[in-house]
Design a protein around this ligand. Structure first.
Ligand code: BES
Ligand code: ZN
Length: 625
């Protein structure tokens, strides 16, 4: 049941969501509201000492694969504590100064996932803490690429992935989504390479290899980002542009030509874009995720460059985070749906505005299917299918399922359909405005929803049944579902094929990627080798350069032992590092004895090409670690 809590308690929770050791540790079902909003994934004490700003002066050594340098924190010891605690993960701390005097610090033993608390003695009036440090071999945020792992094959490349709690593996910091700070940075890289951050960025390389960055708006640590490589820039309009390796920049420019208009569309929906520029950096293929909403500079996988702009909803998603996530931020990783559910909803509204309702209905339906599949995998009664998660003692990555995304966005769709679009949009504009640059817990959001949108409409309150969504398992009975007219047509064509109509005779002209996905997804579990061959001859799936279609096709090929696709699959597995593609594909191989050997063969060859985070999850699947 949803408990009403006082506004004061909610505000405190929203502001100070980082850990306090005074919080009672009760059994889960008995958790108090303040315990519900405690961030269990930071070892810092930024609720007692404000960590307001960091100045980084770091050097990136591409040969040693190490970042080293100085982080200077501006602090305000509001609670007059004696020790400042920061998050670190596999960092070597060389020395620490407080207000320019050396102090003796200590580093706790490493706790699984969380890393080691760095303890620094401070005084009530201490203002500046300097930490000289180096990153370690286990830095979970960093992927160092050798030249041959890049497209241009000439220069090494480095990028970070800080969400959810990996910033601490390259910066000593207070690493919780509820803790915000501003930053500036001086970054030295090998001459000839360019450095970019989630900040004001250069558009050209310079000769010195020294770059300066500024992010004056406070952001949480998970939005700290850095990329270094032989990177080129191309402007789209006066506030948007693209970065990529030189060999790819023209393709990227074509694919993302519409992002200027995307930003305008997003603004029309939910108010001003408040971050200045919006640029996109396309990374080499090993990037473990699809996209990351680093402020001012979305990081994105090259697997969305399909050549026909058919996968740009991913950019709509990352852009939407400039409101849901970066502007109004989930207080803890247990509230992750507030970031991702809102963003999925917003993404689909942008796509509807740009591509029409029949298009966004397809996105909704594919998302619905993902949710159904995921609920089955997790178990219909699993608490991991609640919107409010409980990740205490676990890696926050465990919460990275389709639930926060799809159950979250469908909950918002239900709100929209229940109160009407106009009223719901007004509510969202106000929500973003009144919570801008703040943190929010699930409980604070529900309170806001109740007092501003539902108010005295008890019929509405009852029909929404919010507790079934937020504190209940599975898919609630009132879950809305888009009616996709385009998919109805696709389903009819698939039926024809399954009734032995020659696939070349199917009405597939003008199908989008989403229609092809629907066509393939709903095929019976294993097709015969002949059916696979017929499909392949008609549609050339084994030669597809569309990563979404190719990945699904390889999964079907493994299921049907359709070896013709294996050569292309080998090339895909050797370079693509996106977990969303790799995990289901390796999982499918692991289902049979012969497949298991195949999976191990590929994984032995290509593990080194994957990001540390992808290695971690694939180790569990393939090596059963
Ligand atoms: N913020 C996420 C990525 C993320 C979440 C990284 C949690 C690490 C921990 C990003 O916005 C995202 O959701 N990316 C999706 C793409 C999107 C279109 C659903 C992805 O990478 O697949
Ligand atoms: Zn997202």
């Amino acid at each position: 049941m949803l408990k009403k809590i006082s506004v004061v308690a909610l505000m405190t929770a929203a502001i100070c969501s980082c850990g306090s050791k005074d919080q009672p540790k009760t059994a889960n079902h008995k958790k108090t509201d303040s315990a519900k909003s405690k961030d269990v994934h930071t070892l810092s004490n930024a609720d007692s000492v404000q960590m307001q700003h960091v100045n980084l002066n770091i050097k990136v050594d591409m040969e040693q694969k190490q970042i080293s340098g100085l982080a200077t924190w501006t602090i305000d010891n509001t609670m007059k504590v004696k020790v400042l605690k920061m998050d670190t993960y596999d960092l070597t701390i060389d020395s620490v100064h407080v207000d320019d005097k050396p102090v003796s610090f200590s580093l706790d033993a490493r706790i699984q996932f969380l890393g080691s608390a760095l303890r620094i003695p401070i005084a009530a009036n201490s203002r500046e803490v300097k930490v000289w440090y180096k990153t370690g071999k286990d830095a979970r945020a960093l992927q160092w690429l050798d030249p041959q792992q890049t497209l241009d094959k000439k220069s090494p490349f480095l990028y970070t992935q800080s969400e959810s709690i990996y910033a601490r593996s390259w910066i000593p910091c207070a690493d919780g989504p509820g803790i915000r700070f501003s930053y500036d940075a001086r970054v030295t890289v090998p001459k000839g390479l360019m450095a970019l951050m989630s900040a004001e960025n250069p558009q050209e390389r310079n000769d010195s290899g020294v770059y300066h960055f500024k992010m004056p708006t406070p952001i949480p640590a998970y939005l700290m980002a850095l990329a270094v490589g032989d990177i080129a820039f191309k402007s789209i309009d006066d506030r948007t542009g693209v970065y990529a390796e030189k060999g790819m920049i023209d393709k990227v420019y074509y694919e993302f030509q519409n992002i200027g208009s995307m930003v305008n569309n997003a603004e029309q929906l939910y108010g001003p874009y408040r971050w200045g520029r919006y640029d996109v950096l396309v990374l080499p293929p090993g990037f473990p995720i699809g996209g990351m909403e680093n402020p001012r500079l979305t990081f994105c996988t090259p697997t969305v460059i399909a050549g026909d702009r058919s996968l740009v909803s991913l950019i709509a998603h990352e852009l939407a985070h400039s409101w849901s996530g970066n502007l109004v931020t989930n207080a803890t990783w247990n509230d992750f749906w507030l970031n991702e559910g809102f963003t999925d909803y917003f993404e689909r509204r942008i796509m509807e505005q740009m591509m029409g309702k029949t298009y966004s209905d397809m996105l909704w339906e594919l998302g619905y299917q993902d949710m159904v599949t995921n609920v089955k995998e997790l178990g219909v009664t699993s608490k991991d299918t609640w919107l409010k998660l409980d990740l205490e003692g676990r890696d926050p990555d465990d919460g990275l399922t389709d639930i926060p995304y799809e159950k979250g966005s469908h909950f918002l769709k239900l709100l929209e359909e229940s109160v009407g679009r106009e009223k719901f949009d007004r509510f969202l504009v106000k929500y973003f405005d009144s919570h801008a640059f703040k943190t929010i817990t699930t409980e604070a959001f529900l309170n806001y929803l109740d007092t501003t949108l539902i108010k005295d409409d008890s019929g509405l309150r009852k029909s929404l049944n919010i507790s079934a969504w937020v504190y209940g398992a599975g898919i609630p009975v009132n879950c809305p579902r888009a009616d996709s007219v385009r998919f109805t047509k696709v389903d009819a064509e698939r039926d024809k094929f399954l009734n032995d109509v020659d696939p070349a005779k199917l009405a597939t002209l003008d199908w989008s990627t989403q229609e092809w996905l629907q066509f393939l997804r709903k095929m019976p579990p294993a097709l015969s080798a002949l059916q696979m061959k017929n499909l392949d001859e008609a549609f050339q799936f084994s030669k597809s350069t569309n990563s979404e279609i190719a990945d699904l096709w390889y999964i079907m090929a493994v299921r049907a032992s359709y070896t013709t696709a294996y050569k292309a699959m080998d090339a895909f597995l050797s370079s693509v590092g996106r977990r969303k593609f790799l995990e289901p594909l390796y999982k499918e191989m692991m289902k049979t004895k012969g497949g298991e050997e195949m999976a191990k063969g590929y994984y032995n060859k290509y593990r080194g090409n994957y990001h540390p985070l992808a290695q971690e999850s694939l180790d569990r699947i393939v090596l059963k670690k």
